[in-house]
Design a protein around this ligand. Sequence first.
Ligand code: ARG
Length: 582
Amino acid sequence: MNLSIEKIINQKLAACFDKLGLDNSFAVVKVSDRPDLSDFQCNGALALAKKEKKNPREIAAQIATELEKDQDFAKISIDGPGFINLSLKDEAIAKILDQIAADKRFGVAKVSEPKKVVMDFGGPNVAKAMHVGHLRAAVIGESLQRIERFFGNEVVSDVHLGDWGTPMGMIIAEIIKQDGNLDKALNYNIDEITEFYKAANLRCKEDEAAKEDARQITAQLQDGNPEYRRVWQHLREASVSAIKKNYDALDIHFDLWLGESDAHKASGEVVKLAEDKGLSELDDGARILRLEESNKPKPPVILIKSDGAFGYQITDIATIKDRVETLKAEEIIYVVDKRQSLHFEQVFEAVDKLGIAKGVKMVHIGFGTVNGQDGKPFKTRDGGVMTLENLIEMSKEKVSESMPSAQEAPEYSQDYIDNLTRQIAVAAIKFQDLKNSIASGYVFDLEDFAKFEGKTGPYIQYAIARINSIIRKAKENNVAFGKIIISNAEERVLALKLLQLNNTLHRALNEYEPSIISDYAYTLAQTFSSFYNASPIISAETPQLAASRLQMAKLVRDVLTLLLYLLGIEAPEVMLKRAENE
Ligand code: ARG
């Protein structure tokens, strides 16, 4: 069942267009720009008149006359040069809403042809602590994978670890420098490994010979040197467990924990393919693939670096080959910092030339940067890099300031309060990340994110918990759920808002944009508030009205819960708040 209100009206309009012999591709409505005048508007008469060189107002009038025969419309009027304004009857709105309330998918159908979608959105690097930049990739990616799955697409998400580049050689070289050999390497824990990486980084910045060393070791590691492989395996495992902990804390999950290294074999095959197709050439010791100069001129793709190792570009190309061949990907979605746009343009173009992903849709969803209030990348209070772990801790601390203690809320256990604190802290971080369009960056300001009012995650969680308590009280007062009746303006506005769910979720899917959902969740919660202020439930004028309002409240609660779920956020049953000091 797909209950899109726009589609329902479009069909009615199209039938009128057909009757009048007009091109029905113009029979399209959208939510009115002037909700005070009408619910929906159709601008099709204008475009149609232009195409057919007719008078738009006349065409609009013909359509309106035809449409008036339909019992579902309360008001049809023509505005300006030929806009058709449409308002539905309250009963028509209520009828559709009843159907939505009765459907467990709220009238949002799955896609008719599900696709196999591979999602690449983690991108953490072995031996490097995850920072707030990695937060965005994961938070946006998790939301997009939930949206894709909700619509019935088959998603396989892959973390695509950075585990095959020069940093690997750098750490191994650094351990050898400090210890004289690799004897102790397998004993180092993740913190020690990270320290080695930091030291290696400093050393390689100043010392060209050290850098060369690291490159050699990387090439040998890739080539299969057994000792290096053993150490690398350990570095990788230690990093993966640390990374998993961070993702788990944020309720972010991957199906596959593959990395750049897993594309090694396919990288060799890609080089061979490029050679066979006459697409590769030697350039200053490196093997490269030139891209079309005709489009936007782009630097060539490096297939093999001059030191003999595979780099970032070929690895991504080879990974696509694997994803198409073994995972049967029909679409591949990358959620990666938008500063890597050129990289993906190069990769996609090379893949095209090589013909390794024919008919596969490839999309790079590039996100903007997270900065501190000084406009620079977000740092800890003492100026260090803000790790993801610190960030989650900080958010929890902030939220716990407004949580009651176990003594203040004796009916709840400390475990319950701790878990609630975590749920709210994660909501604060995630919602902030998903509330603006992906491409724009934002300023990290916990003070702001963790507020319980305004456009925040905790605010939506509160709205849900409040409705839970409204429902509990109504039940105690024997109010039942009933058919929806629209009896006042606030009910009508809320009902129309709920009818926007279908369109909203489709837009979020098609535009790969979770902020469309967060926006809608926020306005829906606000609309509910106005509705509830004007429309009491227990003291409603009639039992039927009480039952209708309770039904609407439940629908809002369930829809908000779904919306939060699609953003990757949990909806606690109850919310607690420390009593304000008088
Ligand atoms: N590891 C990379 C980085 O930290 C991100 C990887 C993104 N995914 C990809 N397939 N290139 O920059």
